[in-house]
Design a protein around this ligand. Structure first.
Ligand code: GLN
Length: 212
Protein backbone atom coordinates (compact mmCIF):
# COMPACT_ATOMS: atom_id res chain seq x y z
CA UNK A 1 0.00 0.00 0.00
CA UNK A 2 1.19 3.52 -0.84
CA UNK A 3 -0.24 6.67 0.71
CA UNK A 4 -0.43 9.89 -1.32
CA UNK A 5 -0.92 12.97 0.84
CA UNK A 6 -2.28 16.25 -0.49
CA UNK A 7 -1.09 19.23 1.52
CA UNK A 8 -4.32 20.90 2.63
CA UNK A 9 -3.23 24.21 4.17
CA UNK A 10 -4.41 26.48 1.36
CA UNK A 11 -5.08 26.40 -2.38
CA UNK A 12 -6.30 23.79 -4.86
CA UNK A 13 -5.99 20.70 -2.68
CA UNK A 14 -9.57 19.45 -3.20
CA UNK A 15 -9.12 19.51 -6.97
CA UNK A 16 -6.00 17.34 -6.67
CA UNK A 17 -7.83 14.94 -4.35
CA UNK A 18 -10.74 14.66 -6.79
CA UNK A 19 -8.42 13.93 -9.71
CA UNK A 20 -6.58 11.28 -7.69
CA UNK A 21 -9.89 9.66 -6.69
CA UNK A 22 -10.97 9.52 -10.33
CA UNK A 23 -7.67 7.81 -11.17
CA UNK A 24 -8.24 5.19 -8.47
CA UNK A 25 -11.81 4.59 -9.65
CA UNK A 26 -10.73 4.08 -13.25
CA UNK A 27 -7.37 2.41 -13.14
CA UNK A 28 -5.61 -0.55 -11.64
CA UNK A 29 -2.25 0.17 -10.16
CA UNK A 30 0.39 -2.30 -9.13
CA UNK A 31 -0.09 -1.40 -5.47
CA UNK A 32 -3.08 -0.28 -3.46
CA UNK A 33 -3.16 3.53 -3.21
CA UNK A 34 -4.69 5.61 -0.44
CA UNK A 35 -5.24 9.37 -0.49
CA UNK A 36 -5.21 11.56 2.59
CA UNK A 37 -5.38 15.29 3.31
CA UNK A 38 -2.30 16.53 5.18
CA UNK A 39 -2.48 19.29 7.77
CA UNK A 40 -0.48 17.84 10.66
CA UNK A 41 2.88 16.12 11.22
CA UNK A 42 1.04 12.88 12.09
CA UNK A 43 -0.76 12.89 8.75
CA UNK A 44 2.46 13.72 6.91
CA UNK A 45 4.26 10.83 8.60
CA UNK A 46 1.79 8.36 7.04
CA UNK A 47 2.65 9.46 3.50
CA UNK A 48 4.90 7.94 0.85
CA UNK A 49 4.19 10.81 -1.53
CA UNK A 50 3.05 14.40 -1.11
CA UNK A 51 1.37 16.80 -3.52
CA UNK A 52 1.88 20.47 -2.73
CA UNK A 53 -0.92 22.29 -4.54
CA UNK A 54 -1.15 25.64 -6.25
CA UNK A 55 -2.58 28.58 -4.39
CA UNK A 56 -0.49 31.28 -2.80
CA UNK A 57 3.05 30.37 -1.89
CA UNK A 58 3.33 33.15 0.71
CA UNK A 59 0.25 31.74 2.51
CA UNK A 60 1.30 28.10 2.26
CA UNK A 61 4.74 28.96 3.63
CA UNK A 62 3.39 31.16 6.44
CA UNK A 63 0.66 28.73 7.50
CA UNK A 64 3.13 25.85 7.58
CA UNK A 65 5.47 27.89 9.79
CA UNK A 66 2.68 29.00 12.15
CA UNK A 67 1.22 25.53 12.55
CA UNK A 68 4.64 23.99 13.16
CA UNK A 69 4.42 21.80 10.06
CA UNK A 70 7.33 23.52 8.27
CA UNK A 71 10.20 21.52 9.89
CA UNK A 72 8.39 18.23 9.17
CA UNK A 73 7.75 19.28 5.56
CA UNK A 74 11.40 20.26 5.26
CA UNK A 75 12.53 16.83 6.42
CA UNK A 76 9.96 15.07 4.23
CA UNK A 77 10.87 16.80 0.98
CA UNK A 78 14.59 16.31 1.62
CA UNK A 79 14.14 12.54 2.06
CA UNK A 80 15.17 10.80 -1.19
CA UNK A 81 12.74 7.93 -0.61
CA UNK A 82 9.71 10.27 -0.55
CA UNK A 83 7.91 11.34 -3.71
CA UNK A 84 6.91 15.00 -4.13
CA UNK A 85 4.85 16.81 -6.75
CA UNK A 86 4.57 20.60 -6.53
CA UNK A 87 2.14 22.50 -8.76
CA UNK A 88 2.48 26.26 -9.21
CA UNK A 89 2.75 27.69 -5.66
CA UNK A 90 3.99 24.21 -4.70
CA UNK A 91 6.83 24.57 -7.22
CA UNK A 92 7.72 27.95 -5.70
CA UNK A 93 7.61 26.53 -2.17
CA UNK A 94 9.98 23.68 -3.09
CA UNK A 95 12.61 25.71 -4.87
CA UNK A 96 16.10 26.66 -3.78
CA UNK A 97 16.07 30.21 -5.05
CA UNK A 98 13.49 32.84 -6.06
CA UNK A 99 14.46 35.34 -8.75
CA UNK A 100 12.09 38.06 -7.60
CA UNK A 101 12.85 37.38 -3.94
CA UNK A 102 10.04 37.87 -1.49
CA UNK A 103 11.09 37.69 2.14
CA UNK A 104 7.67 36.29 3.07
CA UNK A 105 8.19 33.09 1.12
CA UNK A 106 10.48 30.92 3.14
CA UNK A 107 10.95 28.03 0.74
CA UNK A 108 11.80 24.40 1.43
CA UNK A 109 14.93 24.76 -0.72
CA UNK A 110 15.07 21.24 -2.13
CA UNK A 111 14.56 21.86 -5.86
CA UNK A 112 17.83 23.04 -7.39
CA UNK A 113 16.44 25.76 -9.65
CA UNK A 114 15.92 29.51 -9.91
CA UNK A 115 12.19 30.27 -9.97
CA UNK A 116 10.49 33.46 -11.12
CA UNK A 117 7.08 34.06 -9.53
CA UNK A 118 4.15 35.45 -11.54
CA UNK A 119 6.30 35.21 -14.66
CA UNK A 120 3.38 35.60 -17.08
CA UNK A 121 1.92 38.61 -15.27
CA UNK A 122 -1.05 39.14 -13.02
CA UNK A 123 -4.22 37.10 -12.47
CA UNK A 124 -5.84 38.63 -15.56
CA UNK A 125 -3.07 37.22 -17.73
CA UNK A 126 -3.93 33.66 -16.76
CA UNK A 127 -4.38 31.34 -19.74
CA UNK A 128 -4.72 27.79 -20.94
CA UNK A 129 -2.31 26.26 -23.40
CA UNK A 130 -2.59 23.09 -25.47
CA UNK A 131 0.56 21.08 -24.73
CA UNK A 132 2.12 17.98 -26.26
CA UNK A 133 3.51 16.01 -23.31
CA UNK A 134 4.09 12.84 -25.33
CA UNK A 135 7.85 12.99 -24.81
CA UNK A 136 7.26 12.03 -21.17
CA UNK A 137 3.58 10.92 -20.91
CA UNK A 138 2.86 8.17 -23.45
CA UNK A 139 0.34 9.29 -26.11
CA UNK A 140 -0.47 12.56 -24.31
CA UNK A 141 -0.33 14.87 -27.33
CA UNK A 142 -3.11 17.25 -26.42
CA UNK A 143 -3.26 18.27 -22.78
CA UNK A 144 -4.91 21.61 -22.08
CA UNK A 145 -2.83 23.09 -19.25
CA UNK A 146 -4.03 25.95 -17.04
CA UNK A 147 -1.59 28.67 -16.00
CA UNK A 148 -2.70 31.00 -13.18
CA UNK A 149 -0.15 33.64 -12.14
CA UNK A 150 2.25 30.87 -12.92
CA UNK A 151 5.92 30.76 -11.99
CA UNK A 152 8.60 29.55 -14.40
CA UNK A 153 11.96 27.93 -13.88
CA UNK A 154 14.49 30.43 -15.21
CA UNK A 155 17.54 28.38 -14.58
CA UNK A 156 18.50 24.89 -13.49
CA UNK A 157 21.17 25.23 -10.80
CA UNK A 158 22.19 21.56 -10.84
CA UNK A 159 21.91 20.12 -14.37
CA UNK A 160 23.02 16.67 -13.16
CA UNK A 161 19.99 16.50 -10.85
CA UNK A 162 17.21 18.42 -12.61
CA UNK A 163 15.82 17.73 -16.05
CA UNK A 164 13.40 19.91 -17.97
CA UNK A 165 10.26 18.09 -19.12
CA UNK A 166 8.43 20.87 -20.93
CA UNK A 167 9.17 24.43 -22.03
CA UNK A 168 7.23 27.37 -23.41
CA UNK A 169 8.62 30.27 -25.45
CA UNK A 170 8.70 33.60 -23.63
CA UNK A 171 10.32 36.78 -24.94
CA UNK A 172 12.40 34.95 -27.50
CA UNK A 173 13.71 32.27 -25.20
CA UNK A 174 12.33 29.10 -23.65
CA UNK A 175 11.27 28.90 -20.02
CA UNK A 176 10.73 25.62 -18.17
CA UNK A 177 7.20 24.87 -16.97
CA UNK A 178 7.61 21.20 -16.00
CA UNK A 179 10.68 19.52 -14.54
CA UNK A 180 11.86 16.52 -12.61
CA UNK A 181 14.63 16.23 -10.02
CA UNK A 182 16.04 12.73 -9.61
CA UNK A 183 13.36 10.08 -9.73
CA UNK A 184 11.26 11.44 -6.87
CA UNK A 185 10.47 15.13 -7.38
CA UNK A 186 8.10 16.48 -10.04
CA UNK A 187 7.13 20.13 -10.49
CA UNK A 188 4.71 21.88 -12.83
CA UNK A 189 4.02 25.61 -13.29
CA UNK A 190 0.52 24.79 -14.44
CA UNK A 191 -2.46 23.10 -12.77
CA UNK A 192 -3.30 19.62 -14.17
CA UNK A 193 -5.90 19.29 -11.40
CA UNK A 194 -7.89 22.07 -13.09
CA UNK A 195 -8.08 20.27 -16.45
CA UNK A 196 -11.59 19.05 -15.96
CA UNK A 197 -12.21 15.40 -16.82
CA UNK A 198 -8.62 14.96 -17.91
CA UNK A 199 -6.83 12.75 -15.39
CA UNK A 200 -3.94 11.70 -17.65
CA UNK A 201 -1.36 13.80 -15.82
CA UNK A 202 -2.34 12.44 -12.39
CA UNK A 203 -2.53 8.88 -13.74
CA UNK A 204 1.00 9.26 -15.12
CA UNK A 205 2.21 10.70 -11.80
CA UNK A 206 0.85 7.66 -9.93
CA UNK A 207 2.31 5.17 -12.41
CA UNK A 208 5.67 6.86 -12.83
CA UNK A 209 6.41 7.98 -9.28
CA UNK A 210 4.18 6.14 -6.79
CA UNK A 211 2.96 2.71 -7.80
CA UNK A 212 6.20 1.27 -9.17
N1 GLN B 1 1.65 33.35 -8.00
C1 GLN B 1 1.31 32.44 -6.95
C2 GLN B 1 2.36 32.44 -5.86
O1 GLN B 1 3.29 33.17 -5.93
C3 GLN B 1 1.14 31.06 -7.46
C4 GLN B 1 -0.11 30.96 -8.26
C5 GLN B 1 -0.70 29.62 -8.28
O2 GLN B 1 -0.36 28.71 -7.52
N2 GLN B 1 -1.69 29.46 -9.12
O3 GLN B 1 2.22 31.70 -4.93
Amino acid sequence: IKVIGVLALQGAFLEHTNHLKKCLAKNDYEVKIEIIAVKTPDELNQCDALIIPGGESTSISLISQRTGLYPCLYEFVHSPEKVIWGTCAGLIFLSAHLENENALVKTLGVLKVDVRRNAFGRQAQSFTQMCDFSNFIPDCHDFRATFIRAPVIDKILDPAAVKSLYELPMNGKNVIVAAQQGDNILVTSFHPELSENDIRFHDWFIRQFVSN
